[in-house]
Design a protein around this ligand. Structure first.
Ligand code: ZN
Length: 354
């Protein structure tokens, strides 16, 4: 039996945040060598802060006997004035976060939130909590990474922001916000073996949303599609899209994952109407939780069929996902041809047409 305790997670200028998940408390039990299962417990947490310290648990006002969902939460201990709070948002941003980027965070989050609410589903019951830390590091250019769980996400940024790069870095930061938020709004499909849907989907949802909201120009996605095509080809020779992160190729979920979903969008056009990733995700959301968890590929396939895709195109998508490819270029062409993607390849450059 292995017990996991909450791990210290992030240090802010005005507090500290711990992550109670995703491991939470669980134990791995081997039953007579027959089956190995992870048992998860739902412990009740009691948080005690230092004197004058405010504890903020997403969606909770109390700090004792709080039950935190399986996926865990980022619980913040610190000064109350570190938190900007609105009706549906709790925002914690480090004091030294570069101002030129920081000032775009709250307005972008509010817009994206309204957009996803309208185009995906109403995902946030209480408040969306965002925690953004910043570490000064003048040796690298500004970069940001992070992750989402439940109704929260955490972003860790570092690096310097040069005057001439501000515009591009602000856009990158907005992309990060829209990507992490997409994880909260999108349907939870399967586990680690379906990460291509989670990541490829979050990528495509965030690009499409930003283009639709005029935050980003269409060209940006066109270039990104070509990058994904080029970058993913060498990796698809080595592993399939089923949990490529285990083989050491986590980027494939984002790159080939997004291209697969673009092919899926085109596949739905067989009935005369092409449905976008928003429609696909909404339609997938009508599937039972049991099917989404236990039969994710089947749930995805059925969704495409219900949106007008042919069995042949759905099989081609599934084949593409489940195999590594000796000739990834050819595998892509096959996927695009079978799903009706309108494209051009010049030399090695891919252009998908609308
Ligand atoms: Zn992601």
């Amino acid at each position: 039996m292995v017990l996991y305790a909450p791990q210290p997670f992030t240090v802010f200028d005005k507090g500290v945040s711990i992550n109670t998940g995703p491991l939470g408390f669980s134990c791995k039990v081997n039953l007579f060598g027959i089956s190995e299962k992870i048992y998860e417990f739902l412990p009740l947490f009691t948080f005690k802060g230092a004197k004058d310290e405010k504890i903020i648990i997403p969606g909770e006002s109390k700090t004792e006997n709080v039950s935190i969902p399986n996926l865990g939460s980022f619980v913040f201990f610190g000064s109350k004035d570190a938190v900007e709070e609105t009706e549906n948002l709790q925002l914690i941003i480090d004091d030294d976060f570069p101002q030129s980027i920081q000032k775009h965070i709250a307005p972008t989050v509010k817009r994206v939130m309204a957009y996803y609410d309208k185009n995906l589903r109403h995902a946030i019951e209480k408040k969306l909590m965002i925690q953004m830390t910043y570490e000064t590091d003048t040796t690298v250019q500004y970069r940001i990474g992070g992750n989402a769980q439940n109704n929260q996400f955490s972003g860790k940024a570092r690096g310097s922001v040069a005057e001439e790069d501000v515009e591009e870095l602000v856009l990158m930061n907005k992309g990060f916000l829209a990507h992490e938020m997409a994880h909260i709004w999108q349907v939870k499909l399967g586990e680690d073996n379906m990460r291509w849907y989670a990541e490829g989907g979050a990528e495509l949802l965030s690009y499409r949303a930003m283009i639709d909201m005029d935050i980003m120009k269409e060209d940006y996605l066109i270039n990104r599609i070509n990058e994904c095509f080029t970058e993913s080809k060498t990796e698809l020779e080595k592993t399939s899209l089923v949990a490529p992160q285990i083989q050491g190729y986590p980027q494939l979920n984002y790159t080939a994952g997004m291209l697969t979903l673009i092919a899926a969008e085109f596949a739905t056009a067989a009935d005369g109407t092409r449905d976008d990733i928003f429609k696909i995700d909404r339609e997938l959301g009508k599937t039972s939780i049991d099917s989404l968890n236990n039969f994710p590929q089947e749930a995805f396939n059925k969704t495409l069929i219900s949106l007008g895709a042919t069995q042949e195109s759905v099989s081609a998508i599934e084949y593409f996902i489940h195999n590594k490819h000796e000739n990834p270029h050819k595998a892509y062409m096959n996927l695009f041809n079978k799903t009706g993607v309108k494209y051009e390849v010049n030399e090695d450059r891919l252009l998908i047409k609308d």
